[in-house]
Ligand binder design. Structure first.
Ligand code: ZN
Length: 90
């Protein structure tokens, strides 16, 4: 069982959360200039890192707030968790 530390509710089972994707993905600055291939890449292609990864999770069965989690995808250890709008310290 993986626990995710909600900043408002405390540690909760990951089954209470909905995965929101890669927290590092950024919407293109000039969307009108993108080709179809570049849009497809932005929408569908994501890295699949082995190790620390920044992710968005929504506490959908709890407070419904979004959190940003830095998680090791190999060990599932949570390195850092904060409200999604907050900036990481590092
Ligand atoms: Zn919560």
């Amino acid at each position: 069982m993986m626990l995710l530390p909600c900043p408002w509710c405390g540690p909760r089972n990951c089954t209470e959360f909905t995965y929101g994707g890669d927290a590092g993905a950024r919407r293109p600055q000039n969307p009108d200039a993108l080709t179809d291939e570049e849009w497809a890449s932005y929408v569908y292609l994501r890295d699949n890192p082995r190790g620390p990864h920044d992710e968005l999770w929504q506490h959908s069965a709890g407070c419904r707030r979004w959190i940003r989690v830095r998680r090791d995808t190999l060990t599932h250890d949570v390195i850092e968790a904060a409200p999604a709008g907050a900036r990481s310290a590092g």
